[in-house]
Design a binder for this molecule. Structure first.
Ligand SMILES: C[S@@+](CC[C@H](N)C(=O)[O-])C[C@H]1O[C@@H](n2cnc3c(N)ncnc32)[C@H](O)[C@@H]1O
Length: 327
């Protein structure tokens, strides 16, 4: 019964991410963005999956424009086939907005005051029109469509942009994304899992078995608890060592070796032994605490035979193979 419930939940969550129509809460944006203030001074920010009439990314940057010392804010959205969550009518076309600070001597905060313009195309982040905005931008910040996550990140790299975006934890298991993390070209932000409190979904969203609530504004919020921030902006966390207290020698039986790789299995990041100089297989959530000066990422998920890492024939959940650089 429990297994069935978990399966249902997984299926509902998978469906949820497939639809792409879930919206980030201002509180979640604030609690991540407060750690990056120094990166934004004098910069052009682009939110390229955001309707300026409803996006909290737009609200955050418009409201904090002076506080962050931004040079320009660009926001563009896709012409969605479905009804818009907030204005509840068919959108006529994709729109964009450009804000360079005070307008006519006064601070404009909402999209109408700033002035919304029509895009010629559908606002797809891959369209030439939207790429022209991307080229002007220094930092891209948004929650992009999860179904196009790989392509989205690939485009950011192609144009050598700084970014701070929301994704699903599973994205780490994509080989393209893991490669980026391994090569130190991207890393996890500050908040992850339950650290991202939930997303606003349309009223008619049906999600049984998942955490759903109505907030004080009457919005329906779903908490999938499996999202993260992916970034290439430096954070304080990247230079903090994970405090280790366990030892391997004397406790060898707690750290079995894999069948198909010369490494020990560690079930929880906090149990990484302080004294093991070889390779260790740790859960993917390790990446949330990863400091590249403390550990090296060796390999992901597979053993020498290119099959999933196993112990006595059983595969624990995905493991990342790491090595302590300080030993
Ligand atoms: C997960 S939602 C997040 C919306 C908004 N960024 C936020 O955080 O509230 C992803 C958004 O990307 C839009 N989208 C889907 N395909 C797109 C595309 N090809 N180009 C640009 N945006 C797209 C969807 O319409 C949806 O609004």
């Amino acid at each position: 019964m429990i297994a069935e419930k978990t399966l249902n939940q997984t299926l509902h969550t998978a469906k949820f991410f497939k639809r792409d129509e879930f919206y980030t809460q201002l509180s979640d944006i604030e609690s991540e963005l407060k750690h990056y203030k120094e990166h934004f001074k004098g910069k052009v920010v682009f939110c390229n999956c955001d309707d300026p009439r409803s996006s909290n990314f737009f609200n955050y940057f418009a409201y904090n424009f002076e506080n962050l010392g931004l040079k320009k804010l660009l926001v563009s959205c896709y012409k969605n086939q479905e009804k818009n969550l907030f204005i509840q009518e068919e959108p006529e076309s994709a729109v964009f907005l450009e804000y360079t600070g005070d307008k006519d001597g006064k601070k404009a905060r909402n999209a109408e005051e700033i002035g919304i313009k029509m895009l010629q195309g559908d606002g797809d982040f891959r369209s030439q029109e939207v790429i022209e905005f991307l080229k002007q931008a220094d930092i891209i910040v948004t929650n992009p469509p999860f179904s196009l996550f790989r392509e989205y990140v690939e485009q950011l790299l192609k144009y050598e942009k700084k970014f701070l975006i929301i994704g699903n934890i599973n994205a780490i298991t994509y080989k393209e994304i893991f490669k980026l993390i391994k090569e130190n070209k991207a890393w996890l932000g500050i908040n992850m899992g339950r650290g991202i409190s939930g997303f606003i979904v349309p009223d008619n969203y049906e999600l049984y078995g998942t955490e759903v609530r109505i907030d004080s504004l009457g919005d329906k919020i779903i908490s999938p608890n499996n999202c993260l921030w992916l970034t290439n902006l430096d954070t304080f966390k990247r230079s903090e060592d994970i405090i280790l207290s366990k030892t391997y020698y004397g406790n060898e039986s707690q750290y079995p070796k894999f069948d198909n790789y010369d490494a020990i299995n560690v079930d929880k990041t906090k149990d990484i032994p302080i004294d093991y100089e070889g390779v260790m297989g740790v859960p993917i959530t390790f990446l949330h605490k990863f400091n590249p000066e403390q550990f090296e990422l060796v390999k992901f998920r597979k053993g020498n035979d290119d099959k999933d890492l196993s112990i006595n024939g059983k595969c624990p959940y995905f493991r990342i193979l790491i090595k302590n650089r300080k030993l």
